[in-house]
Design a protein. Structure first.
Length: 109
């Protein structure tokens, strides 16, 4: 199946565009994310992604390395995380109705 991607917006931490299939008449928006993982920069990213969300009219797939966790229980190793450090990402996912898909395979690569 041949697929085409039209870039609509790009920045240091994300690429956003439209994916369409030539075999099917459907299209959807796709955003690939890489969060640089500082609280201040992350807050800016969450705000930008919220702005994309409010404009979305088609189905939207957003994926990538968010470098963030939704719950203190998600932290496995390393420095302990405080509630204020995860608040921005958690609020973003709630505000934009983002569904977390279950992981399959290795957790870390």
């Amino acid at each position: 199946m041949e697929v085409s991607f039209t870039m609509l917006e790009t920045a240091e931490q994300y690429i956003h565009g439209e994916l369409s299939s030539h075999a099917r008449s459907g299209k959807f928006l796709f955003t690939a994310v890489y969060d640089l993982h500082t609280i201040v920069v992350g807050l800016s990213l969450w705000t930008t992604l919220r702005n994309i969300y409010v404009q979305v009219q088609e189905p939207w797939l957003i994926m990538g390395d968010f470098n963030a966790i939704l719950s203190l229980k998600d932290k496995v190793m390393g420095t302990q995380v405080q509630e204020y450090e995860i608040r921005g990402f958690k609020e973003f996912t709630e505000d934009c109705n983002i569904s977390k898909l279950p992981a399959v395979g290795r957790s870390f690569t």
